[in-house]
Design a protein around this ligand. Structure first.
Ligand code: CU
Length: 122
């Protein structure tokens, strides 16, 4: 009886949890959406980022030609991007809509046009 009892008490719950973990995937419970970007005079690439509401967004942005900035006012983000370094910016996309981001480090004549959009879908 000891062996059967051990099977029921230990093995069954462990197997059940393993199946649950597999069903939810490796990043459960929050999905991480990682996006690689570059910044240079006077554009971001990509310049439109689309994510799903509730996702944990991880932007990894490298400024190629000089220092730039990344300002996403709707999410309270204003980050300097140092030339040649990958800067990681993380936030949870908890508001749906289309939000503008722009360069916040003066970088030349076209600085004011250095913009992009974050689209957070329902
Ligand atoms: Cu700029």
């Amino acid at each position: 009886m000891g062996r059967m009892r051990r099977f029921l008490v230990v093995i069954v719950p462990v197997a059940f949890l393993a199946v649950l973990a597999l069903a939810q995937g490796p990043v459960a419970p929050t999905e991480v959406h990682e996006i690689q970007m570059t910044a240079k005079k006077y554009e971001y690439n990509p310049n439109v980022i689309t994510v799903k509401k509730g996702e944990h967004v991880k932007l990894i942005i490298t400024a190629l030609d000089r220092d730039h900035g990344f300002k996403l006012e709707a999410y309270g983000i204003d980050q300097k991007l140092k030339k040649g370094e990958a800067t990681t910016i993380e936030f949870t996309a908890d508001k749906t809509g289309t939000f503008e981001f722009k360069c916040s480090e003066f970088c030349g004549m076209g600085h004011g046009k250095m913009k992009g959009k974050l689209v957070v879908e329902e």
